[in-house]
Design a protein around this ligand. Structure first.
Ligand SMILES: Cc1ncc(COP(=O)(O)O)c(C=O)c1O
Length: 396
């Protein structure tokens, strides 16, 4: 792909501005923009995979957001009471730019990750890191290697602004196929995006295998490891690729508060890399001016306590075990999960399955790969899982 075929940053900003303007005019008319079907949305998507975002997905239903939300891998137990207290207190400073807390929080994370402050960037959710990466790596030309299905926010976006993305199928165990991904890397590859544990399959890689892969492949190209769901592991630090960043490998690790910390609505996440790469990504991402005082104060409080994280993990495991037992009783298989969602093969058209479950008050998502239709259920509180079970039994 030549540079001329790429949309430059200015054009991209212009076109995204047009989208925002369209949204505002519809909102000011008092109508939340609704779309009749996922097919309709898919037609307009520029990425080859045509994956419909959670936000667009919600637009396909006639009701408001009242349904039980098992579709976006949110943590229903969060934020923690202490974090909420900090968020409420922060409203008193809502008139101020969050300069001091931003610097303090950066320092706290840097100390925790044992890196320099210059090796860190904060963004509104890790989506900010991913967007920055999408723009930056696309601007270099060449190609991007990633897995499919995997979390496709960054590669979808990169593809939509002109990058060549090499989508690599998963292994038979629905894990990232590191060997096949490595084989797709060539001298034009600008980044390999690794989501571990993987969304939507919930599988994870053996951490020493991933470490070896990262050490080897980062000599040829940059590696972006998305650890959004790593916090759900018993010992997340032991499985993190963060030590490789500290050792100077050509790697970025992305983290979010949206999952185990229960901050999806607060919008805060961060990346750790070399000072040079952070500069490159930060130049293309909304950092300081994109994060609110509330998100910063809340995340700073949440970052300093373990109790809530352990509680949320325990609840997640209990609800997940319950879901497994429901699926087993109904004679369904599932992919054992290391995250707060579970994927399983279904026996009808995925779009129809989702509609049927929605009619019964529960929102879930569907995928199609390996000539098979799949449903992904996010883990919620027990009563939400029971509501899913009731709906599922009626249509399975
Ligand atoms: C793997 C992965 N990375 C990143 C994100 C982005 O989330 P956020 O911007 O809320 O951090 C998600 C959200 O579902 C995700 O699943």
């Amino acid at each position: 792909m030549g540079m001329s075929s790429m949309m430059n940053r200015k054009e991209w900003l212009k076109s995204s501005g047009a989208v925002v303007a369209g949204g505002i005019s519809m909102l000011s008319a008092g109508i939340f923009p609704r779309t009749k079907s996922v097919e309709q949305i898919r037609k307009d998507l520029r990425s080859s995979r045509k994956f419909v975002s959670d936000r667009d997905f919600m637009r396909t239903f006639p009701e408001d957001f009242g349904a039980i939300r098992l579709m976006a891998n949110e943590n229903p137990w969060g934020p923690s009471p202490k974090a909420k207290e900090a968020i409420i207190k922060a409203t008193e400073q809502g008139n101020r730019y969050p300069i001091l807390i931003y610097e303090n929080f950066l320092k706290r994370i840097a100390d925790h990750e044992k890196v320099e402050v210059e090796q860190l960037m904060l963004t509104p959710g890790s989506s900010g890191v991913l967007t920055g990466a999408g723009i930056y790596f696309t601007s270099l030309g060449g190609n991007i290697v990633t897995a499919d299905p995997s979390y496709s926010d960054m590669p979808d976006f990169a593809e939509s602004i002109g990058a060549e993305v090499r989508w690599v199928p998963l292994t038979d165990e629905y894990k990232l196929d590191l060997k096949a991904m490595e084989a797709k890397v060539d001298s034009d590859t600008k980044v390999v995006y690794i989501c571990n544990p993987n969304n939507p399959t919930g599988t994870k890689l053996d951490s020493s295998e991933l470490k070896e892969f990262c050490k080897r492949v980062s000599k040829k190209t940059h590696i972006l490891v998305d650890e959004a769901y790593l916090d759900y592991q018993d010992d997340p630090l032991a499985e993190s690729m963060m030590p490789l960043v500290r050792e100077g490998y050509n790697i970025t690790v992305a983290k979010t508060f949206s999952k185990l910390y229960g901050f999806a609505g607060m919008r805060i996440g961060y990346a750790v890399s070399s000072p040079e790469m952070i500069k490159n990504l930060d130049n293309n991402a909304r950092g300081f001016y994109g994060i609110s005082m509330l998100a910063l104060e809340g995340a700073d409080a949440a970052f300093q306590e373990d109790e809530f994280l352990n509680f949320a993990k325990k609840q997640t495991v209990a609800s997940r075990d319950y879901l497994y037992s429901v699926l087993e009783k109904e004679g369904y298989e599932y992919i054992p999960s290391h995250t707060n969602f579970v994927m399983f093969p279904i026996r009808m058209n995925g779009d129809r399955f989702v509609q049927e479950i929605w009619k019964r008050g529960v929102a879930v998502r569907n995928w199609e790969f390996n000539n098979q239709q799949w449903c992904r259920v996010s883990i919620g509180k027990m009563e939400s899982m029971e509501a899913f079970a009731t709906a599922f039994k009626q249509i399975s």
